[in-house]
Design a protein. Structure first.
Length: 282
């Protein structure tokens, strides 16, 4: 696997190291999409582990089931997933930024975790380079400037978002058929607070990449530069990298508060509204 602007290769390596270290018997991948970037490569490499992938988007899961050739991997929609089984490792990669109530999502996730199990959370830094450039791209798109720029021959690679026109292309190049914009834009401090308020303790951490988004996607093309982008983040403060990867464990002294509600700042509310407007879902 070659590295990407988002550090996909680094993510696979990080999770693989966790699987080798914790030796789980069963793994649940929440928000798995069609599995192309994470669930399938892991299940292929760790054929002694049972993997279960779930996702809220029915067409995406239908495609995943259609193409699944692995005996140790099964897929379910959220509605189909009624298991009371406890999993030794639960992965929620690039999911928590999409959920309405992060605390309730994490508390629900914990109900499917075995006593000594671990949760892997990966999510973008809401104030990192990728989210900043995405915000800038959204402004350009809504103002019509992006369309003008992308019409110029030397800027033709500035395409907007997931504008695929057929499922075959989408299936090969993206891990979901759903349009699901971010509704949360976490700062490092706020995300750590959400973890603590959900009864989770950090056990391991690794950044994913440093730069990304509009401009960087076009400039960072060579494999050596993409590898550098992933590795340079290791020496940077957590607050400024583009994405985070956490391994969390249950806090045995935690008393759950089911009334905890996630409060979005005005900044988050505005960015959420802007993103929804861009994708015509408001």
């Amino acid at each position: 696997m070659k590295e990407t602007i988002h550090g996909n290769k680094k993510r696979i390596k990080f999770i693989s190291e966790c699987l080798n270290r914790f030796k789980p018997v069963s793994v649940l991948d929440i928000g798995c999409g069609n599995g192309i970037f994470l669930t399938i490569p892991l299940a292929q490499h760790f054929d002694n582990i049972t993997f279960c992938g779930i996702d809220s988007d029915e067409p995406t899961i239908a495609l995943a089931k259609k193409h699944n050739e692995l005996n140790n991997l099964s897929y379910y929609t959220n509605d189909e997933f009624l298991h009371h089984h406890k999993y030794d490792l639960i992965i929620a990669s690039e999911v928590i930024e999409h959920v309405e109530e992060p605390h309730q999502f994490l508390l629900w996730t914990k109900t499917h975790l075995s006593e000594h199990g671990h949760i892997i959370i990966t999510t973008p830094n809401g104030f990192g380079c990728f989210e900043f450039t995405t915000f800038f791209e959204t402004i350009l798109d809504l103002s019509g400037i992006m369309k003008l720029l992308s019409s110029l021959p030397f800027l033709s690679s500035l395409k907007v978002g997931n504008s695929y026109t057929n499922n075959d292309i989408q299936e090969k190049q993206h891990d979901t058929l759903a349009i699901s914009p971010h509704v949360n834009f976490f700062s490092y401090r706020k995300l750590k607070k959400v973890f603590a308020e959900s009864g989770l303790i950090e056990k391991m951490y690794k950044p994913r990449s440093m730069f990304g988004g509009l401009g960087f996607n076009q400039l960072f093309r060579s494999e050596s530069v993409l590898e550098w982008n992933a590795s340079i983040s290791d020496s940077m403060p957590r607050q400024i990298v583009s994405g985070w990867m956490f391994v969390l464990k249950n806090n045995p002294d935690f008393s759950p508060n089911t009334t905890t509600v996630y409060k979005r700042s005005l900044n988050e509310q505005f960015r959420r509204w802007l993103t929804a407007k861009r994708w015509n879902i408001i």
